[in-house]
Design a binder for this molecule. Structure first.
Ligand code: G4P
Length: 195
């Protein structure tokens, strides 16, 4: 998506350790106009799918998920992080290992909000090693719901998460795929389609 690629090129900062800092429009300050455009693009791409619910993980995936959900006219459910999240004991839980942070954390979704009849679109801000998406998939499988697709704002194509998800046969659309960002030079993947 050209708009997002242009915004990354103009504003994002590459930090040591292959981290792309996008605090100025996505991870801290939120550019609502841009986020709405991301939601619209994801909606357009998955509008033929009978989505009943959008799933994400707190926190930065939530605005994008909401922007898309408004167009699908479906609810957003976000997985809560941590063992003490205040959603009771009737939950689906799994451990997710974060390579970025070097530690595992638990994600939880109340059984009240994920049903076997649900057709799910996962939306998140970043796809790096894919652990967050795979954790959500484990919960979706446990709930016997259907995962119909994954929509991501920024995929770091060199970290393998996208490959893992595509290998599972799950349709994945990443609005911007970064091929490399060595020496602060951001290179995007040219052909980026969902199947
Ligand atoms: P993975 O799920 O794809 O395996 O990624 P990983 O565990 O490594 O990512 C952990 C967190 O770091 C996630 O956010 C993810 O969105 C974020 N992240 C990964 N790579 C980058 C990057 O290059 N730049 C930025 N800005 N974030 C990155 P989180 O901890 O869940 O935080 P948040 O959603 O509350 O912001």
């Amino acid at each position: 998506m050209k708009l997002l690629e242009q915004r990354i090129q103009s504003d994002a900062v590459v930090l040591d350790g292959d981290i792309l800092k996008v605090d100025m429009f996505l991870n801290h300050q939120i550019d609502v106009t841009l986020i709405k455009e991301l939601g619209k693009e994801l909606y357009t791409s998955f509008s033929a799918y009978p989505i009943t619910k959008i799933l994400t993980v707190e926190s930065s995936g939530i605005p994008i998920a909401c922007a898309a959900a408004e167009l699908f006219n479906v609810p957003v459910v976000f997985a809560k992080k941590g063992q003490h999240s205040n959603i009771g004991s009737n939950v689906f839980s799994t451990q997710v290992f974060s390579f970025t942070k070097g530690k595992s954390y638990q994600i939880n979704i109340s059984k009240d909000y994920l049903l076997s009849s649900d057709n799910i679109l996962i939306i998140d801000d970043f796809l790096a090693n894919g652990e967050a998406v795979l954790g959500l998939k484990r919960i979706i499988d446990e709930a016997r719901a259907n995962l119909l697709g994954v929509g991501i704002a920024i995929e770091k194509g060199f970290q393998g998460g996208g490959e893992k998800i595509r290998k599972l046969g799950v349709p994945l659309l990443s609005l911007a795929v970064i091929e490399s960002m060595s020496d602060g030079n951001i290179v995007f993947r040219l052909n980026n389609c969902k199947e």
